[in-house]
Design a protein around this ligand. Structure first.
Ligand code: NAD
Ligand code: DAO
Ligand code: ZN
Length: 370
């Protein structure tokens, strides 16, 4: 079939919206009509060329929602008409990683996914002249139709709006999951969130859900304070307005350091501040942000010797096929909010404007509706 897609032809170039060929699903695969997709910082990381593992030409996008149009041979858990959210972290439920409750990093299709290919080592997308186009993060939601492995699709309820639940495909689950699955924050905790963007705001609403007493938001952009408060932030700190040492300021503000700190900036200097602002003896610092290629974290080992710990999380520690449908329910039941974070809705033809909004710090989430 043919479908419309925004194709990343080369690193650093705007996406090109065009008709592409899409082959139907093979064994264990599913053809999905994407109804809406969010634009995440990670798509921009790859589009811009900053991602050393970025491959081109490719159809980016990993934060989508849509409807099953066709199933390939052997697919048993999905049927035509099901509503689904693509998963860049699949859940096969049989690999060594899926069988270990300590991780959500299913490895069953990791190698081919990293190569921009389906599990059989081929691509389903091509240009009209036959040139292959690579998949991205196993999802390629910047195409109106895409093919995914069955194990990379979460089946969700049919009454949930696509233009909101697409955000659960990355930002919402990553932020809330970092609090609930990774940190396992207890009621009454004190926490600090660095970076109040599309991820950090979801960490804040996750902390509110978990019953944290103090939620400090830290951002260089003062405009982020309003949204932070809207989702449960109790204190706002702009590092550029702190005279003296930022760690000392945060330790004092939290009465000795925070029980939990979260980096949602991707800046390794901020990661160090986050670790050192965690409470002596028990504070945990969770890295969510993806740092530039080659960047390294550092601190004095004594920070760890004296009881702080450094951890990281991918997709909020969520097992997608199991956890994503529950998060959709939380949204539909009003336990979490998404609507105010969708600040812009665009057509596919306007997708490059969505990246401009991201750079200008004007959007939390821009969503493309097909
Ligand atoms: P964003 O650009 O929307 O938000 C980043 C925020 O950090 C902005 O508000 C910015 O003003 C603030 N900031 C930047 N530098 C700062 C500094 N030095 N001090 C304080 N605040 C600062 O980005 P996002 O979409 O929220 O993503 C955040 C990070 O999370 C990115 O690195 C992204 O790649 C990563 N991410 C990780 C996962 C995962 O599974 N681990 C998933 C999705 C995104
Ligand atoms: O299993 O080796 C692996 C890789 C898992 C990928 C996890 C990616 C999480 C961070 C990237 C940001 C996603 C938007
Ligand atoms: Zn697995």
């Amino acid at each position: 079939m043919r479908t419309r897609a925004a194709v990343a032809m080369e690193a650093g170039k705007p996406l090109e919206v065009m008709e592409v060929n899409l082959e139907g699903p093979r064994a264990g695969e599913v053809l999905v009509e994407i109804k809406a997709t969010g634009l995440c910082h990670t798509d921009e990381f790859t589009r811009s060329g900053a991602d050393p593992e970025g491959l081109f030409p490719a159809i980016l996008g990993h934060e989508g929602a849509g409807v099953v149009v066709e199933i390939g041979p052997g697919v048993t858990s999905l049927e035509v008409g099901d509503h689904v959210i693509p998963l860049y972290t699949p859940e096969c439920r049989t690999c060594e990683y899926c069988l270990n409750p300590k991780t959500n990093l299913c490895q069953s299709i990791r190698v081919t996914q990293g190569q921009g290919l389906m599990p059989d080592g081929t691509s389903r997308f091509s240009m009209l002249d036959g040139t292959p186009i690579l998949h991205y993060m196993g999802c390629s939601t910047f195409a109106n139709h895409t093919v995914l492995p069955e194990i990379a699709l979460a089946k969700v309820r049919k009454d949930a709006p696509f233009d909101k639940i697409c955000y659960i495909g990355c930002g919402v689950t990553t932020g809330i999951g970092a609090v609930i699955n990774t940190a396992k924050v207890e009621i009454g905790s004190r926490a600090i969130v660095f970076g109040l963007g599309g991820i950090g705001l979801n960490v804040i609403q996750g902390l509110r859900l978990a019953g944290a007493d103090q939620i400090v938001g830290v951002d260089l952009n003062p405009d982020k304070a309003t949204m932070g408060k809207r989702f449960g932030m109790t204190d706002f700190v702009n590092p550029s307005e702190v005279s003296g040492d930022l760690v000392a300021h945060l330790v004092e503000l939290t009465g000795g350091g925070a029980d939990y700190t979260f980096d949602a900036t991707g800046n390794v200097g901020v990661m160090r501040t986050a670790l050192e602002a965690a409470h002596k003896g028990w504070g945990e610092s969770i890295i969510i942000g993806v740092a530039p290629a080659g960047a390294e974290i550092s601190t004095r080992p004594f920070q760890l010797v004296t009881g702080r710990s450094w951890r990281g999380t991918a997709f909020g520690g969520a097992r997608g096929r199991t956890d994503v449908p529950r998060i959709v329910d939380w949204y539909m039941d009003g336990k979490i909010e998404i609507d105010p974070m969708i600040t812009h809705t665009l057509t596919l033809d306007q997708i490059n404007h969505g990246f401009d909004l991201m750079h200008e710090g004007k959007s939390i989430r821009a969503v493309v509706e097909y």
